[in-house]
Ligand binder design. Structure first.
Ligand SMILES: *Cc1c(COP(=O)(O)O)cnc(C)c1O
Length: 357
């Protein structure tokens, strides 16, 4: 049976990425060796790194004055790296979920953190608005897509101080005006590559302003100066990321991805809104994520939750259980997820409705 992969992360990748990476693990660049057993300083791998950085910039239209770096440690290490590199006394954060909270916790080790707004009191089911960004803070941090709760900041906000964004789960899902951001970072394992590589897009002019010492490996400048080759980069995930970037380009780039993503999300949200057995968890429709779509059983149908989960599993729907803090269901609709998988889930919800009314 065909499996429909709705996992939130690690998550579905293009077949193109999986096949090319599998082949390179067997034999890389006609070297007679595996991608896993060659020097990262070989000219063949240096070419992979360079092309990945160049394509990353091209697809996202990254202007002059920024570098793209690939490092280890996951987005979770960025939670500390951002304040280490940018914060002298004070920073500002928007608290929109579990990942924001973890980022806030790390920043507190470096000084005063102004949490300008939070939606925690309602289990993060909306994006706070009308908050004031303090102009005396060193930067303002947002999580654009809240993977667990299914909310998303889908536009590039105006910010009077350097804007830092965790885009782990929505990078490459929509066009972004990079010039509005000082730093964008994310773990690759949601929309780009297998776990193990973390990307950061860094504007050079925000660096070099802190008074404290930054450990070498946690200093963005180290990785910028050495083109992500200061130490051994995660070779296989970087190779896989390059395959996804090539796939993105061959499939119409980000503009096209965005159109398809909007269409997939609309198909599923329309069904959630129409089907009397289900309801969405995000209160403000404009805040609904196009990458992680959360829903629960509607009032009166709560007892059917396990039955629906089993029913959907029997039909090949994988990874739709909601995060334990929200419950219910979450369907992640990353770039590589075909529209056909969303249609199959919608059909499953409709059939379940007719059998359970
Ligand atoms: C998954 C995720 C993280 C954590 O990423 P790691 O690479 O596992 O550290 C952080 N932020 C967001 C928005 C995520 O979705």
């Amino acid at each position: 049976m065909k499996k429909h992969n709705f996992y939130a992360g690690p998550s579905i990748l293009p077949q193109y990425t999986i096949e090319n990476t599998a082949n390179a693990i067997k034999e890389f660049a006609d070297m007679g060796l595996s991608l896993m057993e060659i020097s990262h300083r070989s000219k063949q791998f240096v070419a992979v790194m360079e092309e990945a950085q160049q394509l990353f910039k091209e697809l996202l239209n990254i202007p002059e004055g920024y570098s793209v770096i690939f490092v280890g440690g996951g987005a979770s290490t960025q939670f500390a790296m951002v304040p280490f590199n940018l914060m002298n006394k004070k920073s500002a954060y928007l608290n929109t979920g579990a990942w924001s909270k973890k980022a806030i916790k790390e920043a507190k080790a470096f000084g005063e953190v102004d949490v300008v707004a939070s939606s925690e009191d309602t289990v993060f089911n909306y994006i706070p608005k009308n908050y004031v960004i303090p102009e005396d803070a060193d930067y303002f941090h947002i999580t654009t897509n809240n993977t667990i709760y299914g909310t998303e900041i889908k536009h590039d906000i105006d910010c009077p101080i350097p804007l830092v964004a965790d885009m782990s789960s929505d990078i490459f899902s929509r066009p972004v005006d990079i010039s509005k951001y000082a730093i964008i970072y994310g773990g690759a394992q949601k929309n780009l590559a297998p776990a193990g590589v973390t990307f950061a897009i860094v504007r050079h002019d925000v660096l070099g302003k802190v008074e404290h010492h930054i450990p070498t490996m946690l200093n963005y400048q180290t990785h910028i100066d050495k083109d992500s080759m200061f130490n051994t980069p995660p070779v296989v995930p970087v190779y896989a990321a390059l395959q996804t970037l090539k796939w993105l380009k061959a499939n119409g780039g980000i503009q096209k991805m965005h159109e398809v993503n909007l269409h997939k999300a609309a198909l599923l949200y329309d069904e959630i809104d129409r089907n009397p057995l289900f309801k969405g968890t995000v209160t403000d429709k404009e805040d609904r994520s196009i990458m992680n779509i959360c829903f629960v059983m509607n009032d009166g149908f709560e007892s059917k939750e396990k039955a629906f989960f089993d029913y959907a599993s029997e039909r090949g729907m994988i990874g739709i259980k909601g995060h334990r803090s929200v419950g219910g269901f979450r369907a992640s609709t990353y770039n590589a997820l075909p529209t056909e998988s969303v249609e199959a889930l919608v059909k499953t919800m409709q059939d379940f409705e007719s059998e359970n009314k």
